[in-house]
Design a protein. Structure first.
Length: 109
């Protein structure tokens, strides 16, 4: 009888650990999602890769959701700071575009 209780306790402990760390045995929430899906949606789950954009003024790459954007014609440009955005919109800097080089200051006197 002791052996049976011991194995039952070990089995329940293992299930609780699995449930705690994997969410496989978690019951669905009232809206039909699992606990794991709810954690992922709340930002507590695994991180997803984010799309990077390039600031054409200083050539810095940053996540699109943290960039400052400006619409110029049909194109959306992304900047790392208000300073870079203002410098580009004021026309004070020319960049080498997609060549990947460093920005070149224009000679406007």
């Amino acid at each position: 009888m002791r052996r049976l209780l011991f194995f039952l306790a070990i089995f329940l402990g293992a299930i609780l650990l699995l449930r705690r760390f994997s969410g496989l045995f978690a019951p669905p929430a009232s809206d039909g999602t699992t606990a794991r899906a709810a954690r992922d949606a709340a930002g507590k789950g695994p991180r997803r890769a984010r799309e990077l954009v390039r600031d054409k003024v200083c050539n810095t790459f940053l996540a699109r959701d943290s960039a400052i954007s400006a619409r110029v014609g049909q194109e959306t440009l992304y900047f790392c700071s208000e300073e870079c955005r203002c410098r580009h919109l004021a026309g004070g800097e020319d960049t080498r575009g997609d060549a990947g080089g460093a920005p070149v200051m224009s000679d406007r006197s």
